[in-house]
Design a protein around this ligand. Structure first.
Ligand SMILES: *[C@@H]1O[C@H](CO)[C@@H](O)[C@H](O)[C@H]1NC(C)=O
Ligand SMILES: *[C@@H]1O[C@H](CO)[C@@H](O)[C@H](O)[C@H]1NC(C)=O
Ligand SMILES: *[C@@H]1O[C@H](CO)[C@@H](O)[C@H](O)[C@H]1NC(C)=O
Ligand SMILES: *[C@@H]1O[C@H](CO)[C@@H](O)[C@H](O)[C@H]1NC(C)=O
Ligand SMILES: *[C@@H]1O[C@H](CO)[C@@H](O)[C@H](O)[C@H]1NC(C)=O
Ligand SMILES: *[C@@H]1O[C@H](CO)[C@@H](O)[C@H](O)[C@H]1NC(C)=O
Length: 810
């Protein structure tokens, strides 16, 4: 009795201190014979610390579930965050329903007609008294009062869609998403331990099912998971460290603080960790499993195409020739506007570049030409189209005839295209269909703070006028070429998730201390690079990873602002972008930690003549992919603005990664101390687009220009910057320019003498078609008018096409 008294008293005091508006009918313990009735909204359970509540929760009109939720925010209008539900799929009536702890030690939820909707299945004849207690971690525990306090049942063993800190996720447990943002009943996505002991995400709808995390094409070891540990447990601690018995671990981006957290299987198929400092605040996302929502299965239904939208997770649009089944439910997908396609002669293919269609192929056929692949699909009545492209792991062109078009999404760096089978006489094209969801990314411009010194302008202007004159005659050719580039495509990735603040957390991104980095770089002793933004040092981190540590100079930004910028960069994850591992912001020190690249910069490799033609083409394509990715993000601030061979790094296999992007904002733009005459203009002379000189709006096309110059350098072996600072610089400029013009003339005349422009020092064979394509694209990129230049994703598209054509002889 004394215990009860103390509990009651302490609760009474707590409720006075914490939440004066709470009614005194809130309890934290229920005893045998007591019950909570649905009509009495003031009757619920409260954890001793006041953070969690348990009781009846309205899931719809006159529909209630027994649930545990975060107490704050209070009130009917603000939906509290539910963490557990007893009867999510069988809500009870708003009248005469009750939740009871019976004398037979069973917990029972009865509907209005007294039917049993849910129970804890703990009926026993034992006479040992039990109680139900809502503890400070949010766990609802039924245990014996006397003796060892045996736990008979606890809500932590039966999670719904949320895992709280210290809640152990066990062998047979499942987190199942809600049906939608508003409908809390069981949805189609779940997190569970698979038979091979791996923690996975599954999409399981009535029609189809599929695993989608870890990436299904990866073997467990490829996903850095261990299959041997059969204990199948996972838990997140209070600091934000999640670890699972399959060796999967992560730390939230705000790791270390003891605050409110939850890991939730969201209705959109992603698992996320949310945190907040206290009750009244909004939840911030501090980790999520899938960075790209379109790779979650079932987001868009069959025959629809997933793309990213700036302000939401993903949007779906019907493939050409298909229409919505139900406009208000994307997950149902689209249906064909045509009848059947069995007649071979009456079919044709519509090409959509860089599309992944995951699964549902009739078979996988290696070493097929595009023609053979299309032929196969035409023979097959049920074939809806083919995915065709070069497969790196198979090392050959591969044909995937698709029987269903599900999990379809575009990605600028996906190495295969979709050829959609449609009736020959149909008017459908890709262009028409994509427009409904295409925001105008490329038309958005940002005015950056820029100044330039007049004295230096004239030389540039002269050179540009000269340039314009030389290019003028080529307009006809340009118009012709632009037809190739006119496919408008805009897939966008999101920055915010449903408007919620995206706090960022790619696994691995973290904060470093200054002393840690000082130690790693042995006191900043081994310099490996130097640029406008600062000096780069080589270092070895405590976990033996070799890193490049960039020390930003003149970065007197506040820590929070710096973190916001650097974490946005860390969010970008692409095989052709340098991976950012973390940052350091201490006092006046601002450092960024990157992965280290074995072969150093493209500039260095070109100087030492280490690159053959195949490598050069692959570097051009890879660099284009990396830039296309940052541009596609539609984050104008992340324009590279300084594309040059020094900023393209090569890994052990000579795969290129673009470095130094997004850093311009980290630098102090008001710095007037540097002596460089162009300090206010971002970029490097020789690579800068005319817009900078004419003070025109700066768009993604400035990067395209610089990219074009880099590619021309790779092709011709001539430098765009050498001797820039000698007294002959004007002459050099003209040579550089006349090269461009000369190239264009060659191009116009059909170029029988293409090899004349190639870098004579490079040995070995080259594929003429490929190199010509590259040269042509590069020349387009250095067009003076920004609108004449292709976008980076168009460059990727074109180079891909030439790869295919080259191989295919189609
Ligand atoms: C939630 O979705 C389920 C399954 O589609 C449906 O049966 C139920 O009526 C929905 N509930 C509400 C409140 O809309
Ligand atoms: C996270 O938790 C795992 C398992 O409990 C532990 O091995 C690891 O050291 C923890 N990491 C940190 C940084 O605390
Ligand atoms: C399996 O994983 C659990 C939890 O991470 C750990 O406690 C246990 O030691 C592991 N067992 C083996 C054999 O590694
Ligand atoms: C997203 O932005 C578009 C246009 O920018 C707007 O039409 C749409 O309503 C927005 N969607 C959301 C969910 O805010
Ligand atoms: C489309 O879906 C909405 C919401 O799921 C539903 O209310 C409506 O009846 C559906 N319409 C048709 C034509 O099936
Ligand atoms: C693909 O086909 C070509 C010619 O038919 C052959 O030389 C090559 O070995 C094949 N490659 C593979 C991976 O089967």
């Amino acid at each position: 009795m004394a215990v009860i008294l103390i509990y009651t008293l302490s609760f009474f005091l707590l409720s006075l201190v914490l939440s004066p508006q709470l009614s005194s009918s809130a309890v934290n313990t229920m005893y045998q014979g007591s019950s909570i009735s649905v009509e009495d909204a003031k009757h619920f359970m409260l954890s001793p610390n006041g953070i969690f509540s348990a009781g009846f929760y309205a899931v719809g009109q006159n529909a209630y579930s027994f649930a545990v939720w975060f107490s704050e925010p209070h009130g009917q209008t603000q939906n509290p965050t539910v963490v557990w539900m007893a009867n999510r799929d069988w809500p009870v009536n708003g009248k005469d329903s009750k939740f009871s702890l019976l004398q037979n030690r069973n917990l029972a939820l009865n509907d209005a007609d007294d039917s049993l909707v849910w129970s804890s299945n703990t009926i026993s004849l034992s006479t040992v008294a039990v109680r139900l207690f809502l503890d400070n971690t949010g766990n609802l525990v039924l245990r014996e009062i006397s003796g060892a306090g045996v736990v008979l049942w606890q809500s932590f063993d039966f999670p719904t869609d949320t895992l709280l800190p210290l809640q152990v996720f066990k062998r047979h447990a499942k987190l199942v998403s809600s049906r939608s943002e508003t409908n809390k009943s069981s949805g189609f996505y779940s997190l569970f331990f698979d038979y091979d002991n791996i923690l996975r995400l599954l999409y399981d709808s009535p029609e189809v099912s599929g695993l989608y995390w870890p990436d299904p094409w990866l073997a467990p070891w490829g996903a850095k998971r261990a299959t041997y540990n059969n204990s199948r447990v996972a838990v997140m601690d209070t600091l934000g460290n999640f670890s699972s018995s399959d060796d999967f671990t992560f730390k939230t981006s705000d790791y270390g603080e003891v605050i409110q957290r939850r890991l939730t299987m969201d209705y959109d198929g992603n698992i996320r960790v949310y945190s907040r400092r206290r009750g009244g605040e909004k939840w911030s996302i501090t980790w999520q499993a899938k960075a790209q929502p379109c790779t979650i299965h079932g987001i868009c239904g069959p025959n629809s195409l997933c793309s990213y939208h700036q302000n939401s997770t993903a949007t779906c649009s019907c493939l050409p020739g298909y229409k919505w089944k139900n406009h208000s439910d994307w997950s149902i997908g689209c249906e064909p506007k045509f009848s059947n396609l069995c007649n071979k002669i009456e079919s044709r293919f519509v090409y959509i570049s860089n599309v992944e269609v995951y699964g549902y192929e009739s078979r996988i056929m290696e070493n097929y030409t595009l023609k053979q692949c299309q032929e196969f699909c035409l023979q097959l009545c049920t074939c809806k189209g083919i995915q065709y492209g070069y497969s790196f792991e198979r090392n050959t062109y591969t044909c995937y005839p698709k029987l269903q078009l599900r999990n379809v999404h575009r990605s600028p760096y996906f190495n295969a295209d979709l050829y959609l089978k449609l009736p020959a006489n149909s008017p459908y094209s890709y262009e028409g269909s994509i427009h409904e969801h295409s925001p105008h990314c490329s038309s958005r411009t940002t005015q950056l703070e820029r100044e330039y010194e007049m004295g230096h302008e004239s030389r540039y202007v002269k050179f540009l006028f000269w340039f314009v004159g030389g290019v003028g005659g080529l307009e006809v050719l340009c118009i012709f070429l632009i037809c190739f580039f006119s496919v408008r495509r805009r897939g966008q990735r999101y920055r915010r998730v449903d408007g919620r603040v995206y706090n960022l957390a790619m696994s691995g991104f973290r904060k470093f201390s200054y002393s840690e980095l000082k130690q790693a770089t042995e006191g900043f002793s081994q310099e490996i690079g130097r640029g406008a933004g600062g000096v780069v040092y080589k270092g070895v981190l405590w976990d033996k990873r070799v890193a490049a540590v960039k020390r930003l100079k003149d970065a007197n930004q506040g820590e929070e602002e710096f973190l916001a910028e650097v974490s946005s960069i860390g969010m970008l994850n692409h095989m052709n972008l340098i991976h950012v591992w973390g940052y350091c912001a201490e006092g006046k020190h601002r450092l960024v930690v990157y992965e280290y690249m074995e072969h150093g910069s493209l500039a260095k490799n070109m100087e030492s003549n280490a690159l053959d033609w195949t490598k050069r083409f692959d570097i051009a394509l890879g660099t284009a992919r990396g830039l296309a990715y940052i541009h596609e993000e539609c984050l104008e601030w992340i324009l590279h603005c300084d594309v040059k061979p020094q900023n393209i790094l090569l890994d052990a296999n000579y795969h290129p990664k673009v470095a130094d992007f997004g850093l311009s904002k980290l630098r102090n733009r008001n710095d007037t101390s540097t002596r460089s005459s162009f300090s206010m203009i971002r970029g490097t002379r020789g690579y800068m687009a005319p817009e900078w000189v004419f003070n025109l709006p700066i768009t993604a096309k400035v990067d395209v220009y610089s990219y074009g110059i880099v590619v021309l350098e790779m092709i011709t072996g001539r430098s765009a910057t050498k001797d820039n600072d000698t007294s002959h610089s004007g002459v050099e400029k003209q040579q550089h320019l006349s090269l461009i013009t000369w190239l264009k003339e060659k191009q116009k005349n059909g170029c029988a003498c293409f090899n004349e422009i190639l870098d004579p020092t490079v040995e070995g064979v080259y594929e003429e078609v490929k190199m010509e394509a590259l040269a042509r694209v590069a020349l387009q990129c250095v067009e003076e008018g920004k609108d004449k230049r292709p976008t980076m994703s168009q460059v990727v598209e074109i180079l891909h096409k030439y790869c295919n054509r080259d191989h295919d002889n189609k």
